[in-house]
Design a protein around this ligand. Structure first.
Ligand code: SF4
Length: 90
């Protein structure tokens, strides 16, 4: 039986969870329990941590059941922060 992926979003990132792919290692729950919860619905709370920590944890999912996509607005914010300061000629 195929089930639809669960989709969770905040202003910076969208995280999807595919129950059919999960191997129930509980790595996400043990390592970032504020976001990945077992007994509370919705079981993923993206407001409980910052986007970088969430993405780092998603990348540690051994099965690939968790995936993420950054929102365009958050990518633009990151680019603005990285923009180099103009250098002046001496
Ligand atoms: S880390 Fe990945 S495989 Fe392990 S329980 Fe979480 S979603 Fe499932």
């Amino acid at each position: 039986m195929k089930t639809e992926a669960n989709i969770f979003s905040n202003s910076e990132v969208t995280v999807t969870y595919e129950p059919n792919v999960c191997i129930h290692s509980e790595k996400c729950i043990k390592e970032l329990s504020d976001v990945f919860r077992t007994s509370i619905i919705p079981w993923i709370d993206l407001d409980a941590s910052d986007a970088e920590r969430i993405i780092k944890q998603v990348n540690r999912c051994p099965s690939g059941a968790l995936k993420y996509q950054r929102k365009l607005s958050s990518i633009k914010k990151a680019e603005v922060k990285k923009k180099p300061v103009l250098e002046t000629a001496v």
